[in-house]
Design a protein around this ligand. Structure first.
Ligand code: ADP
Ligand code: MG
Length: 244
């Protein structure tokens, strides 16, 4: 039982001559909610994607739940099962019903029977406020509903950490609140979460820690009060002036 859920040390990611992550140290404790903020292009998505090896780090170590995921001996598929990821653009399977979207992975991976998975899907849809959408097709849903299905789908694997990459950035403003409320509920239930977002109200209310990245580095981090009310770094200050 590792006390740290995520322990990233000196993570470097280069795309050719583009140095995107320049030696990031990033830790997340069990049950902690970390909100990652920073200008576009600062490397936030790349960092998240390295955490479940959607991107291969150039160098550095990433330990999740005590497992070094850069170690070739680590079964990355197994490790990924415990990491839920929610993207800006939902990425639902549009040819499958809502329930199938949610039951697919746990059934295919032999985690549970079809029947158990369906029962779980009903519970998860209730959690995200969409219990009436079990048989619906994704095309009939609003963006906010699709994103809540995407969250339910990620939760179906019973992950012990959830990564969110700008989950509300593609939504109409009136949909944002419903998605953030689901995320707040998860945080309250003790889910370990890393959330990239521009929703500073959410960050202030829900984050245990806010990490500000710029230009491939962690520039500043602290409690929401420290970072939002008393930013120390000039880049943090100028970023916050633009977004708040
Ligand atoms: P953020 O999420 O903070 O906006 P990203 O992590 O998406 O930043 O991108 C950081 C930098 O990495 C940008 O300069 C971007 O162009 C570059 N980048 C991201 N993904 C790739 C890729 N697959 N190939 C080449 N460059 C990439
Ligand atoms: Mg991004």
């Amino acid at each position: 039982m590792a006390e740290l859920k995520v322990n990233v040390t000196n993570l470097v990611k280069n795309y050719g001559s583009n140095h995107v992550l320049k030696g990031i140290d990033f830790k997340v404790a069990n049950n902690e909610v970390v909100v990652l903020i920073g200008p576009s292009g600062s490397g936030k998505s790349t960092l998240l994607r390295c955490l479940n090896k959607l991107e291969e780090p150039t160098s550095g170590t990433i330990v999740i739940d005590g497992q070094d995921i850069s170690d070739p001996k680590t079964d990355i598929d197994k490790a990924r099962e415990n990491i839920g990821m929610v993207f800006q653009h939902f990425n639902l399977f549009n040819n499958l019903s809502v329930s199938k979207n949610i039951t697919l992975a746990p059934v295919e991976l032999g985690k549970m029977s079809e029947e158990e998975a369906e029962k779980q899907a009903r519970n998860l849809l209730e959690t995200v406020g969409l219990e009436d959408k079990f048989d619906a097709m994704p095309a009939s849903l609003s963006g906010g509903q699709k994103q809540r299905v995407a969250i339910a789908r990620a939760l179906a694997m019973k992950p012990d950490i959830m990564l969110f990459d700008e989950p509300t950035s593609a939504l109409d403003p009136e949909m944002v609140g419903d998605v953030l409320n689901v995320m707040k509920k998860l945080a309250k239930e003790g889910m370990t979460m890393v959330v990239v977002t521009h929703e500073m109200g959410f960050a202030k209310e829900v984050a245990d820690r806010v990490v500000f990245m710029a230009d491939g580095n962690v520039v500043e981090e602290g409690t929401p009060e420290e970072v939002f009310d008393h930013p120390q770094n000039e880049r943090t200050k100028s970023f916050l002036e633009k977004v708040i």
